[in-house]
Design a protein around this ligand. Structure first.
Ligand code: PGA
Length: 259
């Protein structure tokens, strides 16, 4: 029997100064304490990574960057490389977030290069996939998600694919207050797990941690986490305040496991 350790990740986007980041994490850790049965991942701004790292020695807490470039170094003004993120003490890197894809025009091909670069430096990508409202209404959700996954996972070794974290984030649910229903989210998560079984193999797919993201809030986290194939949350807006993020971390649900 394989247990997937849940991940509750805070994506702070372009919010919080260094001081605000430090005091948030200190307060959160004071209230939540060490965690053993789940991982709490904090993705602050690049400028706050090093400062937040100093607080990450509490068990269960991990650090993520929100983006990266695929080259190790070079003339890429304004970009941050994976060796730099490794140097800053990151554990995870969010890759292919819908704001990167849809606001900054990141392509499937670029997302794939980033995933490979993250693995090469021993970090773990949190790969985001998800369809727009138009794509959902046209009945293309599964096609979009499988295309995004195939492009991002091109050339990964079995060992790499087994460490991958995937986040299903329907674009229409991000920052809009419209959450996918637990059933809608489960349907796509199950599809993703089956898709990964054919792309990688069945055992890898069973062990993959699949997060849901898009208007996750204290009042919907329990029902989402109760779904069989949902192994965690990627939280934007509700991760910016300690009380709401704390409640999301402390989701209540039955124990889940896979056979
Ligand atoms: P949201 O953002 O929780 O504010 O919808 C989620 C995300 O963008 O990862």
């Amino acid at each position: 029997m394989q247990t997937r350790i849940p991940i509750i990740a805070a994506n702070w986007k372009m919010y919080k100064t260094i001081d605000e980041s430090i005091s948030f994490v200190a307060q959160l850790q004071g209230e939540v304490g060490p965690v053993e049965d789940r991982e709490v991942v904090i993705a602050p701004s690049f400028t706050a990574l090093q400062a937040v790292r100093q607080l990450m020695n509490m068990p269960g807490f991990k650090l993520a960057a929100q983006n990266c470039h695929w080259e190790d170094k070079g003339a890429f003004t304004g970009e941050i490389s994976c060796p730099m993120l490794q140097d800053a003490g990151c554990d995870y890197v969010i890759v292919g977030h819908s704001e990167r894809r849809h606001v900054f025009g990141e392509t499937d091909d670029e997302t794939g290069k980033k995933v490979r670069a993250v693995f090469q430096k021993g970090l773990v990508p949190i790969l985001c996939v998800g369809e727009t409202l138009e794509e959902r209404e046209a009945g293309n959700t599964f096609d979009v998600v499988s295309r995004q996954i195939a492009a991002a996972c091109l050339g990964l070794s079995r060992e790499e694919s087994s460490r991958l974290v995937l986040a299903y984030e329907p674009v229409w649910a991000i920052g809009t207050g419209k959450t996918a229903t637990p059933e809608q989210a489960q349907e796509v998560h199950l599809f993703i797990r089956d898709n990964c079984a054919s792309l990688f193999d069945k055992d890898v797919a069973k062990g993959l941690r699949l997060l849901y993201g898009g208007s996750v809030k204290p009042d919907n986290v329990d029902a989402l986490m109760a779904q069989e194939d949902i192994d965690g949350m990627l939280v934007g807006g509700a991760s910016l305040e300690v009380p709401s993020f704390k409640r999301i971390i402390q989701f209540h649900t039955r124990e889940k496991s896979t056979q």
